[in-house]
Design a protein around this ligand. Sequence first.
Ligand SMILES: CC(C)(COP(=O)(O)OP(=O)(O)OC[C@H]1O[C@@H](n2cnc3c(N)ncnc32)[C@H](O)[C@@H]1OP(=O)(O)O)[C@@H](O)C(=O)NCCC(=O)NCCS
Length: 169
Amino acid sequence: MIRPSMDAPVPLTVPLEALPIVLTPAMQGDAQLLYDLWDNEARRQSFSGGPPNLDSHLAWLKAVLANPQTHLFVATERNRPVGSARLDVEGPAATVSVMVATGERHRGLGTTILCGLDTVARNLGIASLRAEIFEQNTDSRTAFGNAGYRIKEIKNGVVIMGKKVADDS
Ligand SMILES: CC(C)(COP(=O)(O)OP(=O)(O)OC[C@H]1O[C@@H](n2cnc3c(N)ncnc32)[C@H](O)[C@@H]1OP(=O)(O)O)[C@@H](O)C(=O)NCCC(=O)NCCS
């Protein structure tokens, strides 16, 4: 298992070119497939614990889609939904959230989605990306590390990881 540390660069171990992932802006019609991503592991690793039911998820999705500062994407592999990614923009920076579907984890999808988000972020004029991850969430820390994120801070059981995707202007 690869463990990111404060200063050592993490080698990229995932053959990114082998995973043809497409990130498509989410729509209200994606509500069910996005809701289905919330398995027990996703809920355990989320600061919010995830939506309590489909109705609250529908309301959340409606609000997200109406918010110009939030960009939500469905990740598909050969037209099959396999995950989601979200950018919450604050000025020149954005906070990243990522989820990969049950049964699709541990084959590089999370890393690939995160790498794809770099281009999306640059196109939105975002200069840097960050993520807040529970310290014990090793899968997530490895995926972010393999996607080029570095640990910025560890505090109260939460790891802050970040990377620059463009020069500040
Ligand atoms: C975190 C999450 C998005 C990572 O997605 P993923 O697709 O499993 O990520 P990756 O496959 O790129 O990397 C995760 C692990 O798989 C390993 N891996 C990557 N490619 C692999 C491959 N081809 N074969 C075997 N293992 C592989 C990575 O090395 C890493 O392993 P490790 O943690 O045991 O060292 C996913 O686990 C998830 O959705 N978790 C629940 C929600 C969550 O935690 N979101 C993040 C909140 S910050």
